[in-house]
Structure formats: structure tokens, C-alpha cells
Design a protein around this ligand. Sequence first.
Ligand code: GLN
Length: 490
Amino acid sequence: MSGEIFYENIDKLDAMLDSRQISAVELATVFIDRKNAVDSKVGAFISSNEEELLANAEKSDKRRANGGKLSELDGIPVGLKDLLAVRGQKLTCASRMLENYVSPYTGTAMQKLEGAGALFWGRLNMDEFAMGSSCENSALQKTRNPWDLSRIPGGSSGGSAAAVSAGECAVSLGSDTGGSIRQPASLCGVVGMKPTYGLVSRFGLAAFASSLDQIGPFARSVKDAAIVLKHIAGYDRLDSTSVNVKIEDYPSKLSADSLKGKKIGVPKEYFASEGIDPEVRQIVEAAIKKCGELGAEIVEVSLPHTDLAIPVYYIIATAEASSNLARYDGIRYTHRSDKAKDVIDVYFKSRAEGFGEEVKRRIILGSYVLSSGYYDAYYLRAQKVRTLIRTDFEKAFESVDAILAPTSPTTAFKAGEKTSDPLAMYLSDIFTINVNLAGLPAISVPCGFASDGMPVGLQMIGRAFDESNLLSYAYAYECACDWNKRNPQL
Ligand code: GLN
């Protein structure tokens, strides 16, 4: 075995496993060694279990040897954001509140991956309860950007992005409520996809804002993301918002010609935004031009309510969070204060000690917008504007097949740069949040590097449940460039 196997795509790894060039146990060892070599710097993993990985790899080897390979993911080590439930594994949400919580069951998406033969390898850092854009809200540890260790990896799924970028796992899962897959993917130079709301079951995903949360893949290529998505998507009766649509074989539908003759929209409001870094804008504009050269007709579209997305999101998401996080009460599976004098005190002290600042800020804000007297003025109003945002997209998609935009307004910023200014942090998601509010699928693909050496991502937004075409457009762009072939030097 030579070269940097930990930077290979699933296709290649699967072929190597098939031809016995490498065994699953050897492959697992490659990732264990890689993690041991770099994770003290990157800090992506909250926990990992080498013995279990090796034991499962051995089982995978037996399956392949007996001609019983479960799928192209059989024997491939996968990382999980630490809010996805796997039976018998800790699930911390990067919070003191759940530091010692162990899942009694495995969530649907993870069960499907397991059924496909994928090997759970480690649990990855995140902003506490998925609230943040830099991973700095984790109560447990810091994660750094593999391209520059003085910078953040993005958030909230920062560990999932950094682990794939640094070659510590082949693919990973994260969750995206307002940009938490796409933004860190963009900042770490990997592919990240948020599926249509309802495509992937949320059963076993610790809830932040239930009407926005979706599980999705991080990968080193569009095809790898398509492979993972194919396996995790599908109807699930355990999630009442799961939608029963036909799941296509995304990887086999990918075509390098797919942009030919397609009409692609560019929202004028996104590029008029003051917050966008001029260099990021220039790189994204060049990527859009490239799509034009690949045969797409580029047209301007308008999403007039774009500037309302952030305020609407921070009303709806915090309202839902205040309700979802009420279950962490110190009585059942969470941290319990040992300073409490009576039962009421248990609630107050446990929550005061267990939650971090940002989580508390959101619970307070969410409780406020839902409280009687303010509900109509804030929550109800935000729901109405959410409908306007969705209608903007519906109108745009009457004339275009996909929409192109930046993923993040800037490249990865320095650690500590925005921690004291929550509003500045919130603006990191200015281009991703409205996609969640509209429930649409979107993917971030690497599209260049800024002069500071940091990666930039192109966001492609699709029609609801049009993952197959969206992945194909992203693939066509990726085939014409080699941005995703570059790797950080660690
Ligand atoms: N950064 C956004 C927030 O802080 C989005 C988080 C997410 O998608 N989970 O809420």
C-alpha cells in the first residue's frame, strides 16, 4: 500500500477492497493511523472506538470474501456528527448536558448505513446542540480548519467537515438546520449536501429546530456524496415528516454533460449583499461562468425576501429549540446538579450548569417569541414571511432548473474572531438559511481558493426532491475542475 489512501474516493476504495489490494481491516488501520497522526491538531473527533472499528472491519472482510458484499460502502469508515444516535454509543451534542448520555437505539439513517456495511468510526465535534457557525460553541473541545489551524472549520458540523477534509474518515454525516452542512463543507474544501426536507428520516437525530433539521453527507467528491445519500434517503414511518418519494440511484444518474441546455438562475440579491467578501464573489462568479461554458444558460433571478431570512430563522429556529430542549431537565437522561436543594432547584441548576451561553441565549429568545402577547408579533409573523421566502423560490423555479450562489460570504475566519459578536456569527449563514426555510435541497462544492489559501464553495440549490439532477449538475461542474483534488498539508 502506498500513497495517501485516506484521501481516496469511495469508488477507488471499493475497487481496492474488491480486488483484495487492501482489506477492510487494513483500510480501518489507515484511518486509525491518520487520526492518531493529525487529530491532536485538528480536533475533529470527540470519541472513537478503534477496537470496534477493527472488529467490524473483520466482519466486512468476511462478507466480501464470501461474495456477500452489502454495498459499495461495505468496509468504509464513516464519521458521525455527535448528535446522531447509535445504540450503545455516547451522544453528547457537544454539551455538558449530555456528556454521559448513551443512546439506547440507532437512528434510521445510521441503521441504513450499517445495513449497507459502512463502519462507524467516530463521533465528531459540533457546536453545542448544532447552534453556531464555527464549532466554537462546543462545550467539549476545539476543532480547527485542516487548511489553516489558526482558523475555524465552520459550523455547526465542523468536526464532520474537518474529519473528511483531513482524511480522518472517508465520508461523514452531519445535520443542516440553517447551513450547518454546506457552510463547514465550503470552509473546509469538501462536498456537503443538505437534502430536501423529508427525504432523510430525522429519527435518531437530536432535534434542534424540527421544521428545518435535515441529515446529509460530507464527502470528498459529488459521487461519494451521492452514494451516501442513496443509502440514507427514504421513507420512514418513525418520522412523521418523512416523505414517501421514489429514491433514485443517484450515483448512476450522474452525467458530466448534465448542465448542457439547462437554465440556471443567479439571484441578484445574493450578489448585491454587502457582507460578501469581494474575492469570494469573484471566485463564485468564475464558477458560474464555468457552468455557462459547460452548456448552461445563466439567467438572473430574483429572491426578493432574501434579506428577511436571518431574522425569520432566528425566530422560528429559537422557538422550536426552546421547545425541543425543554426535555433536558436534569430529571431524566441529562446532567443533574448536585447543588440543588429541592425539585424546582434541580431544573434550574441543572439547566444553568448543563447548557452553554449560546444555547441559553436561544432558549430565552425562543421562549420570548412564543410567549403570549408576543406570539402574534414575532412567531406568527415569521411563519408568514417564511411562506413568502418559499414562494420566491417557487417562482424562480418556474423558469430555471437550479440556482447558483455562494455558500458562505467569506472564507474560514480566525478562531476567536467572532465569538464575542453573536450577530456577526449569525451572518455566516446569510446564503444558506433561506434554503432551509424553503425546505429545498442544496449542495456545496469546492470552487476555488482565495489568496489566503482557504477554500471557497459554490452552492447549487435545486427543486424539492430533485436531488438526482442537482447532484448531476454538481458532478458536471466538478468534472470540469480539479478543486476537490487538492488536499490540506497537515
Ligand atoms: N449556524 C446556524 C445556527 O447557528 C445554523 C445551524 C445549523 O444549521 N445547525 O443556527
